[in-house]
Write a protein that binds this ligand. Structure first.
Ligand code: PEP
Ligand code: MG
Length: 867
């Protein structure tokens, strides 16, 4: 016997989400714990994968298994599929193993046809209801299976409402809907009358929807593998559109924006299925349900508690009330903002639902970044021109763009944009990913735009009723204001405010749950976390976020300031060493002051200062600005065709030792000054960049020690400091043993190490061929974001082994961008590095990721905790 492809909900959820999909497993589990779930069955993801493998043909036996499952459903419900008197109706819903909200298709009311609809009208005594259900089926089937554009149906609906002089769908009467069905069928004349044919074709269409462009884009953005396939759930229909005692809604067990305990959600009376999520009618807050349908509301509240106890996780459910009776149609782990994620994890520990370790494992480190998003400066003065729903927190300023393609285009060209739409559909996903924020006229807190934006940590204001868009003129109205595409707009997704023009934004602050959870993470992690910071302000910010030192202070950034640039230029353009030494003397006090500021901010913690590592041309004036023939000659002489591989890093120090000497003097003087002033000497680490040969470091180490000794001798003082190097070249990894003999520490500069290992230019890869590589899946992830573990990572492993082989005590860290990327942090943990260093805003992320790396070794992972 071949594989079994179909399982009833009552078979239980043990087969797991890989096979049953998230929705299928939830329905089966809810059935098992006795919650009110309609009867139905799941066609497995395996069937979908086979279907795709066979090039769009159902595998042997599938249709027979579905037919048998329908028969069982008929027995259970006492109704017959396609019956002309009182037909069994079903919905067909996609459900992949990983939630992909709104990405794939659903069809409701399958089983209706021209005769069954009359039977349904008689059986329910409600002709309007029957034809409402039928017109929805014809439309959804036409769109999903027949490929008829949705807007053609919407157009007919709009036209009919206009003819009848009504504005709301619910104002249409039975006869109107009967008419609408006939017009809809004209749009899709092939609509099959045979119920079983409807079902077979619908199941195939859901399989096919796995491959739609929007689903592919979503998977790429969320790193979901392409070969999982989707399951299909066939569920007995229950009806939320049977009048005022019926309705449908979406609810969360806790507030997904703040994490506050208590039921949160939205509800629409006399409505069906997708009305809430599609944002077609703006729903009411769930509290309204308490008044209208008190019994169903109490039942819902009790059910939600059962669900949380069962899953130990915040749940997001879809439900329908049919004439006062509650049915659950779906449960899944609720998407939430980072703030809510932290609060829920911490609250669940005090509620006894989770251990501290489980709570730490539960929070996605990448989400923390969201919390650290800018907000509108509370002191800023601005006029709010419109308000919408505060769908996803964070503030964004950018130029208005009216479609997703343009949003993507302009962001790639370096423009900040806010995507402004009447409502977003899953087809807008690429624009949402790129834009700084999203503003929509329609849709509630659970609309597609809101859910997707929240998941991505993107500011979003939805349901902004004052907004109208004229796509032809490419203009918008916001209350009293008329604006054109390209004008600047600010939105605040935390408050729902919309503002014309730019507003000052401030970095956010951190709340109690954040501190608590990260405190637990700190107790678990082994890796130390430092920050990359070049100014006293950044250093202070880094400490606030929990940095335990500075892993990289890029001194060339200190030379970029406006008042210093002329001095630096003069230094670089000096035609003799004497002249250069003169200019360096003038620069020294600036450097010393910077270092003092940083040492003070870090109060005794280690500070790694990297000596100058600039492509020189970045400091040179353009040739046209040369003030003399001599200056033009120097500019020409210093210009390089490939400056990233030119006179950079230690090569500069070896060519012009006086530059590094000045920097070492400034460091030592600053350290002594701070030690004297605060009584606490900083832990100074002097780092040489871009070393490839042990001989380079040997010479520079000598220069460093000699210069420092001279300073200390002159001051008659002592100072503990270390000399080390960055590891940024493949050769350095391979000869790490020789280099380690000259170094107290290594810091992997994985930005350059990635560039030089892959032969991908840091400046030219992204936005050029790398984009193509990622789109075409030649590479799964951007190697400048997430460490190329098998290539660059292998070189790092070699370097660690060889270095520790000769110098077991050598301190090892990483300071490339990867130090703030969760999977890369996990790799650094596994390699046995001592610390990671990343930008201040990513320090919390790194702390959490480092703790999770330890928990993974202990077998505590988010997946294992549930969710
Ligand atoms: C690196 O190369 O990884 C690094 C941290 O140095 P920079 O980015 O300044 O080249
Ligand atoms: Mg570098």
């Amino acid at each position: 016997m071949g594989a079994q492809y179909v399982y009833d909900f009552s078979d239980g959820g043990e087969l797991g989400r890989e096979l049953l999909g998230g929705k299928g497993v939830g329905l089966a589990e809810m059935t098992a714990i006795g919650l009110p779930v309609p009867a139905g069955f799941t066609v497995t993801t395996e069937a979908c994968r086979e279907y795709m493998r066979l090039g769009g043909t159902p595998p042997d036996g599938l249709d027979e298994e579905i037919a048998a499952a329908v028969t069982r459903l008929e027995e259970r419900t006492g109704k017959r599929f396609g019956d002309h008197a009182d037909p069994l109706l079903v919905s067909v819903r996609s459900g992949a193993a990983v939630s992909m909200p709104g990405m794939m298709d659903t069809i409701l009311n399958l089983g209706l046809n021209d005769e069954a609809v009359e039977g349904l009208a008689r059986a329910t005594g409600n002709e309007r209801f029957a034809f409402d259900a039928y017109r929805r089926l014809v439309q959804m089937f036409g769109e999903v299976v027949g490929g008829v554009e949705g807007r053609r149906f919407e157009h007919e609906l709009g036209a009919l409402k206009a003819e009848r002089g009504v504005t709301e769908d619910v104002e249409l009467e039975a006869a109107d809907l009967r008419e609408l069905v006939s017009r809809f069928k004209d749009l899709h004349p092939e609509f099959p009358q045979d119920a079983r044919e409807q079902l077979e074709r619908a199941v195939r269409a859901v399989f096919d929807s796995w491959e739609t462009p929007r689903a592919q884009v979503y998977r790429r953005a969320n790193a979901i593998p392409d070969d999982l396939g989707t399951a299909v759930n066939v569920v007995q229909m229950v009806f939320g559109n049977k009048g005022e005692s019926s309705g449908t809604g979406v609810a969360f067990t806790r507030d997904p924006s703040t994490g506050e305990p208590g039921l949160w959600g939205e509800f629409l009376t006399n409505a069906q299925g997708e009305d809430v999520v599609a944002g077609i009618r703006t729903p009411e807050p769930i509290a309204a349900m308490q008044e209208r349908l008190p019994e169903a509301f109490d039942q819902l509240t009790a059910t939600m508690s059962r669900l949380e106890e069962n899953y130990r996780e915040m749940q997001d459910i879809e439900f329908t009330v049919e004439e006062g009776t509650l049915y659950l149609l779906q449960t899944r782990t609720g998407k939430r903002t980072a703030a809510a994620a932290l609060r829920i994890a911490v609250d669940m520990v005090s509620e006894g639902l989770l251990t501290q370790e489980q709570a730490v494992a539960r929070v996605d480190p990448r989400q923390l970044d969201q919390l650290l998003h800018p907000m509108i400066d509370p002191r800023a003065d601005y006029d709010v021109v419109a308000r919408g729903l505060n769908a996803s927190p964070g503030a964004a300023t950018g130029k208005i763009v009216l479609d997703a393609d343009r949003a993507q285009e302009q962001e790639s060209a370096g423009q900040a944009v806010v995507l402004v739409r009447t409502e977003t559909t899953p087809d807008d996903i690429h624009g949402i990913i790129e834009a700084r924020g999203v503003l929509t006229a329609h849709g509630g807190m659970t609309s597609h735009a809101a859910v997707v934006a929240r998941g991505m940590g993107k500011p979003c204001v939805s349901g902004c009723e004052a907004l109208t868009i004229d796509l032809t003129a490419r203009r918008i109205r916001l209350g009293q204001h008329e604006l054109a595409e390209g004008d600047v707009l600010t939105i605040d997704g935390g408050t729902g405010e919309v503002i014309v023009g730019e507003v000052a934004l401030v970095p956010p602050s951190i709340d109690e749950s954040f501190e608590t959870l990260l405190g637990w993470a700190d107790q678990i992690r082994r890796l130390r976390v430092r920050a990359n910071a070049d100014t006293p302000e950044d250093a202070a910010k880094a400490r606030e976020f929990g940095a335990e030192g500075i892993g990289l202070c890029r001194t060339e950034h200190m030379f970029m300031a406006e008042e210093r640039l002329p001095l630096v230029r003069a230094m670089i353009l000096s035609s003799s060493e004497d002249e250069r030494r003169g200019e360096l003397e003038r620069l020294l006090p600036f450097q010393q002051a910077d270092f003092e500021g940083i040492f003070t901010a870090m109060a005794g913690l280690p500070v790694t200062i990297r000596l100058l590592d600039p492509p020189l041309h970045e400091f040179l004036p353009p040739l046209e600005e040369a003030e003399s023939e001599e200056m033009a000659r120097r500019i020409r002489a210093l210009r390089e065709a490939n400056p990233m591989l030119g006179t950079r890093g230690c090569r500069l120090g070896l060519l012009y030792p006086e530059i590094y000497e000045m920097q070492v003097r400034a460091i030592v003087r600053a350290a002594l000054a701070v030690a004297e002033r605060t009584g606490e000497a900083p832990l100074v680490e002097i780092m040489h960049p871009l070393v490839g040969f042990a001989e380079e470091l040997r010479r520079l180490r000598r220069l460093t020690l000699d210069t420092a000794s001279a300073e200390l001798e002159q001051a008659s003082r002592q100072l503990d400091y270390h000399v080390g190097t960055m590891i940024e070249l493949p050769r350095a990894c391979l000869r790490a043993d020789e280099i380690a003999a000259e170094a107290d520490f290594f810091s992997f500069g994985t930005n350059d190490l990635t560039q030089t290992t892959l032969g991908f230019s840091r400046d030219d890869a992204e936005g050029k061929f790398l984009t193509h590589y990622l789109e075409d899946r030649i590479l799964e992830t951007n190697p400048f974001e997430t460490l190329d573990v098998s290539g660059v990572g292998d070189l790092m492993r070699i370097a660690v082994e060889r270095a520790r082989g000769v110098a077991p005590e050598i301190k090892l860290g990483i300071c490339g961008e990867h130090g703030g990327d969760a999977p890369s942090v996990a790799f650094c943990h596994e390699l046995g590095l001592d610390y990671v260093s990343c930008s201040p805003y990513r320090v919390p992320l790194a702390r959490l990721a480092a703790a999770q790396a330890v928990l993974a070794e202990r077998g505590v992972t988010a997946a294992q905790v549930g969710g």
